[in-house]
Ligand binder design. Structure first.
Ligand SMILES: Cc1cc2nc3c(=O)[nH]c(=O)nc-3n(C[C@H](O)[C@H](O)[C@H](O)COP(=O)(O)O)c2cc1C
Length: 282
């Protein structure tokens, strides 16, 4: 269990040298500790969340920056067991979604702005809302809000796991949640108390690519990708051995294999679903 800042950084890269990074150390804010200690949780206790938790998480989500103060996202809180089970089925039949007391679906939303154009500019069309940039903006807003909620949940001692798999059946998710035109469910998040007896609650932080692979100084450069990925294959391999999952193929080969087929559990249909929800993507 990492305890100090150096431990947390070393665990994130599985590279002893990384613990010497010149990060600010004193004072070291709790928020940074929470962020560096993140690990997805896929095993939850049935313990209900304390009253006010949902509101605290949504306040955190709404505290995120938002493009032009547009606030182009909504969250749908799913807590009823049957409803949760239905969405779990659509989201890759993932059991942790049924287990978690709370499942939030994050929905980019351009409908609110469309309604406001009708109200305040009834003679005009909301032309900019048909653009690709507004679609991207609403996706960014939803993601920033969700990540704030995730950090808040982890700061409260809860575990979280995103569920992008609901895009496998994005059209059915829209129907199940009554999502009107110009909204859609981009991902969900399961939230609850981690079942620490179960390995899937996430015992160790999962290492990330070596920092030089993603951090470029002043200009982008591809130098070093091969070596960085080889280092990462080793680091992640060690992580999986510790997790009792020895013998996995390396990360590079794994992700390459994932993106070869066009079919992606239904997600290859996503553009049609988004257009079907009225987004123009111009
Ligand atoms: C948008 C998004 C969607 C995700 N969807 C799923 C999912 O459907 N099922 C799952 O088990 N994990 C899902 N994850 C979790 C990732 O697999 C996880 O974050 C990644 O492996 C890194 O592990 P860590 O979060 O423990 O550091 C998702 C993460 C993100 C950001």
């Amino acid at each position: 269990m990492p305890e100090s800042l150096s431990d947390l950084i070393e665990a994130r890269y599985r590279d002893p040298q990384s613990s010497t990074f010149p990060l600010p150390r004193d004072p070291f804010p709790d928020a940074l500790t929470t962020i560096l200690a993140h690990k997805s949780c896929r095993a939850f206790l049935p313990t209900p969340l304390p009253t006010g938790t949902l509101e605290a998480l949504i306040t955190a989500a709404q505290s995120a920056s938002t493009s032009s103060l547009f606030q182009t996202w909504d969250a749908i809180a799913i807590q009823e067991p049957e409803h949760k089970s239905a969405i779990a089925t659509l989201a890759g039949d993932q059991e942790f979604i049924r287990q978690a007391p709370l499942f939030l679906v994050f929905c980019p939303n351009l409908r609110r702005l469309t309604n406001l154009v009708k109200q305040y500019k009834p003679e005009e069309d909301a032309k900019a809302l048909e653009g690709m940039d507004m679609f991207v903006m609403s996706t960014i807003d939803a993601a920033l809000a969700a990540q704030n909620a995730a950090i808040a949940a982890e700061a409260l001692g809860l575990g979280v796991c995103y569920a992008g798999a609901l895009r496998n059946n994005a059209d059915q998710v829209c129907k199940l949640l009554n999502l009107p035109p110009l909204t859609w469910g981009v991902f969900g998040m399961a939230i609850g108390y981690p079942d620490l007896e179960d390995r899937r609650s996430g015992r160790q932080v999962k290492p990330r690519l070596p920092m030089p692979e993603v951090l470029h100084m002043e200009r982008w450069s591809e130098t070093g990708q091969e070596g960085n990925v080889a280092d990462y294959d080793r680091a992640l391999g060690e992580f999986y051995v510790d997790e009792g999952k020895a013998g996995r193929i390396g990360w590079g080969e794994f992700v390459a294999g994932k993106v070869v087929p066009w079919e992606q559990d239904g997600r290859e249909r996503i553009r049609g679903v988004i257009e079907g929800q009225g987004f123009k993507l111009k």
